[in-house]
Each structure stands twice: as structure tokens, then as C-alpha cells.
Design a protein around this ligand. Sequence first.
Ligand code: GLN
Length: 496
Amino acid sequence: MTDLTRRTAAETAAAVASGEVSAVEVAQAHLDRIAEVDGQVHAFLHVDTDGALAAAKAVDEKIAAGEELSPLAGVPLAMKDVVVTKGLPTTAGSKIHEGWRPPYDATITRRIKDAGIVMLGKTNMDEFAMGSSTENSAYGPSHNPWDLGRIPGGSSGGSSAAVAAFEAPLSIGTDTGGSVRQPAAVTGIVGHKPTYGAVSRNGLIAFSSSLDQAGPFGRTVLDAALLHEVIAGHDPADSTSIRGPVAPVVAAAREGARGDLTGVRIGVVRELGGEGYQPGVLASFEAAVETLRGLGADIREVSCPHFGYALAAYYLIAPSEASSNLARFDGVRYGLRVGDDGVNSLEDVMSLTREAGFGAEVKRRIMIGTYALSSGYYEAYYGQAQKVRTLISRDFAAAFEQVDVLVSPSSPFVAFGIGERIDDPMAMYINDLCTLPASLAGTPAISVPSGLSEGLPVGLQIMAPALADERCYRVGAAFEAAVEPLVVPRLVGVTR
Ligand code: GLN
């Protein structure tokens, strides 16, 4: 591995801006790295060599012309394949989108391009972002760079694997129920789910519209913060986009890195721990809490009594919204079309296309969601789940009267083996135990590496009130500065 792929995004941006290295050299180093290791990692579904080099060249030309650069200009990024990219394949991990090249850019794609960030390609994911392992991708799983026999988390597992394997310093994930935080945790990197509405959903292929939120991955808290500030901000094309200033997350990351949390009140959520959690994860979490105490934080135990119902509520609300959102994939407008032989009726074509185009988990979710929304059951399932959602938001509100942030493990488990849980939906769903409350409440949360258990990364989750994303970054950066950096994923050729 060359030095160029080892650097953080902040370091790379500074090196490009100062002329120490060109953006084209940086892009080429990462493309070489992808060529070297992605056969094993399978983080990417599509590598856009020409587009990346052209974008890098444009940055170098700006530098030559003496133009002002944005803070991440020339830094490579891997984009989750659920975010639409003009002219580039966008599959959402599904066969049903095969061959589709979107005619437009998502708002975040546009912002990333406008910032001079160099998009290397599109990353693998669970189909329509449904899953925790990338095993639900129609294009085969991604592999965890720490142990290629294990999952890199999901649904944004290609994005987490790309950053953990030094194929890109930055990537974009989306988090509906934990799909940025859990993959970050199990690959030993940083991932943040912004406050719902902080980042535009325009051009995100929708899974569950009231929960979906794109967020940044990086190997440091500062890198994630720099990318957060690029993608966040009001967008008139998304009706749920927040009007108002972007949370000052870069300043918060810099302040946090000074390592002083004196006076910060941190609540340990009693309900997110104990039975069902791996002992190594719990030990790492306890050590993390002691580290935070050592930084001057005021640690308290806090109870959020309804968090235990988050899983049941989420797995009604998300499939319900998905069953409605996925109705648009009917073989008429996008990608795959099956059975169009002039004999089959239009209805048959739609049904044959959906039968062939959707994988098993997507079909399961559509069936659960359709059932939960059907007349006679609506109140009993969807209605009840929405009430639980309100109770969870109230738990957060009550907790944030006592403390500034809440902490928990990011996931009950370290990365598990590929194939180990794929046949047991419940075993897969419980990966989301820690991340779902913040998803349902629309509140921000970050996962920061908190050490190793049996040689595999563990994540610390830091949750803040809505619109206070900067608290996640401040506490996360202070914690990061206080712990040993993770070392040497076992992937061939990775040395750090
Ligand atoms: N694992 C969760 C699910 O399968 C969350 C996915 C996500 O956040 N996109 O729904």
C-alpha cells in the first residue's frame, strides 16, 4: 500500500491544496489499491476509473488556475449504490435495477461533486438497504477487511469495507435502522447517522422514507465531520429537509480532539446492554465508559424503558413503508422487465418482473408491510408501532433533560461469519438492537471504534438530541483521542 491511501481525508486534502501531491496521483493510488484488494473485499459494484480521474484532473486544473478549493477537494470517496449518480449504474443491490443508469444526480451526489470530492465508484449493499451484512445483495456479499470470512456489516457494508480496507478514505452510507453505525462498528471505522432531515433524501432510492438518512464514513471523527458538512443542509427538493443552519460538526470534532469533556453529562442507557450482548462487546463498552469518565465527563445511568420495543416497532414501520415505496418497481419504468412477449398481460409482466427482480428478504419485507397495512390490521400493527415510536421519542426527551449525550455499544456483536445468520431473519434483525431507538426518534448518533474483542473491532455509540449532531462529534473525537488507534486489519497487503 502506498502512503497516499494510508492518509486521512484531512491530510490528503491538505497535501493536494499545498501542491505536495496532485489529485490525479491520489485518485490513481486509490484505484490501484482497489485493483489490488477488491477481488477479495468486494466493496465495489462499479468502479468509475475514467470519471474519477477526470474529476481529479478538474481539481488539479483549479489549483493550477489559483482558484479557491473546498475543504475536501481532491479526496476520493466511495458512494453507496442506493444513491443515484447520473450516467453511472445504480442498483441498490438489486437485480430489478440492472442496466438502469439514472438521468440525474442525487442532491448529495451533486454536493460531493461540487466540493471537488473524487467519486471512485459505487459500493455494494444489502438489496434496497434491507439487512445487516451485505449478504442480501443480489451481487454477492462484501468481506470484512479484518477477516475476509466475516461480514462487514450492512446494509452499507461495501462502503464500510472500502474505507476499512484503505480503498477510499471516505464513503457514504445510508442509515434507516443502523446501516451506517453497525457497519462502522464491525469494521473499526467511524460512521454517523445525522438528525433526520439534516441531509437531503432527494435521489436516495427510498426504503423507509420516515427513517432513511444518509451519513458519512471515515477512519477518523474529523474526516466524517468534514464530509458531514458537505452533504448536510437544506434542500427544497426534499420536503422533510430541515431549514436552518448545518450543525457545526467540524468545529466540534476539533474541539473534542483536545480531549477535555469536563462538565459533559453522559448517560449510560441501562436497557442497551446485558443479556444477548457478547461479553467482549460489553467489556469494551465498560472500558469506554471509564475512558470517558477519565476525560472529565459526568457519567450517569439513565433508563429508557421503551427502547426494548424499538425492534418490534421498527420491523413493522420499515417494512410498511418499504411495501409502499417498492411498488414503483414494476418493470415499466426502471431496469429489469420480464415476460414481455406480447402474450402476457401487463399485470403478468409486472408480477413476473417483481418475482425475478426482488430477492428473498425484500419479498419478505413487502409481505410483512402489506399485511401490516391491510384493512383490519392497520391499527393493530402499524398504528401501535407508531405509538411505540412516540414513546421512544419521549424516552429520549426525558433522558436529554438529565444528560447531554447517551452512550451504548453500537452493536451487540462483533462481525459474524458470512453465512452464519443468513437463514435466520431474527438473528439478523437483532443486530439493530442498539441503533433502532435513534432511528425511530430521528435523533443523531455516531459509532466510533472502541477497541477489539477477540481481534475484531467494537464500536461505541454516542447519541444526541435532534439538531445537536455536534455533540456526537465532540464526544467522539475526545474518545478517539484517548484510545489506542486500531491496528493492522488482516487483509493481505494491509499494513498500518
Ligand atoms: N438492518 C436493518 C434492516 O434490515 C437496518 C437497515 C438500514 O439501516 N438500512 O432493516
